[in-house]
Design a protein around this ligand. Structure first.
Ligand code: ZN
Length: 273
């Protein structure tokens, strides 16, 4: 069966069965997979990276810190590859002590700001945020967002290389906002689910992401750092409750916090804030 036919069948099945959240996710992911190939995602991700370079984004060069974060990404890549075969992840650490942020772009590019590392108190929190961003990659959320935002037809033409104007628009949007578009609540919740599963799978305390959300909520309004991650990740009590519920329901274990490993990294970055 061709991919398109299997997709059509899938959509038909979902429509006839009524659309549960899980089915909707499966359908959107299938649509994104058919419309935007891995190579096209890679090309888009590279263009976004070049656009960020043009904007003068500064990357951290300290090999100790970059190597440390890369080590966390490498661990999380193992469970991620079970969900999206051969997914490639490219880490970029942005040298910015004032902006607490992290985001993912097409092609598996993960961007994390040094201020986010300084704000966390354990490796499990950093891993929770990274695993959440990896979840957006695994779920092909940026491709799904593009389908939502520009429509099937436009994205299909972009995928065929027939719409350079739109491509430029998409790339500029990502570079300007640091993300493609704000992800919807469903995608955020889905990425949180990936975050707790992946962190737990490699032995971290899966509550790391909830702890980090709680911390940002407390800091809101009384910190000089710009909590950009909060603006795209509304850290409501609901969300923290959802994370804890998934951990309980799926019996997710993991006790490692790695606070002692993050401490010297924070010191290199100029002390805890
Ligand atoms: Zn997110």
């Amino acid at each position: 069966m061709t991919r398109l036919r299997s997709l059509t069948l899938h959509v038909a099945l979902v429509l006839s069965a009524g659309c549960s959240a899980r089915q909707r996710v499966a359908t959107e992911t299938a649509v994104a997979e058919v419309l935007i190939s891995d190579q096209q995602e890679q090309a888009l991700g590279l263009q976004v990276h070049q656009e960020l370079d043009k904007k003068g984004v500064k990357y951290l060069e300290d090999p100790v810190v970059v190597g440390y974060v890369q080590g966390i990404v490498d661990k999380l890549a193992l469970p991620a590859r079970r969900d999206r075969k051969d997914v490639r992840l490219h880490l970029h650490v942005i040298d910015d002590a004032k902006t607490v942020n992290a985001f993912a772009t097409p092609g598996g590019h993960l961007y994390v700001y040094t201020a986010l590392l300084s704000t966390a108190d354990s490796e499990a929190e950093v891993a929770g945020v990274l695993a959440h961003e990896i979840g957006h990659v695994v779920g092909r959320h940026s491709a799904r967002q593009m389908v939502h935002a520009y429509g099937l037809e436009a994205i299909a033409s972009l995928a065929l290389g027939k719409n350079p104007g739109l491509l430029q628009q998409v790339v500029a949007g990502v570079a300007a906002n640091g993300l493609l578009l704000a992800h919807g609540r469903g995608e955020e919740s889905e990425a949180d689910d990936y975050a707790v599963r992946y962190t737990s799978a490699v032995g971290y305390d899966p509550k790391g992401i909830a702890v980090f959300f709680g911390k940002l909520l407390q800091k809101q309004g009384r910190t000089p750092q710009v909590l950009t991650w909060l603006s795209t990740h509304a850290a409501t009590e609901d969300r923290i409750a959802h994370v804890n519920e998934v951990i309980a329901r799926e019996g997710l274990g993991g006790t490692e916090t790695g606070a002692e490993r993050l401490a010297p990294i924070k010191q290199r970055l100029g002390g805890a804030k």
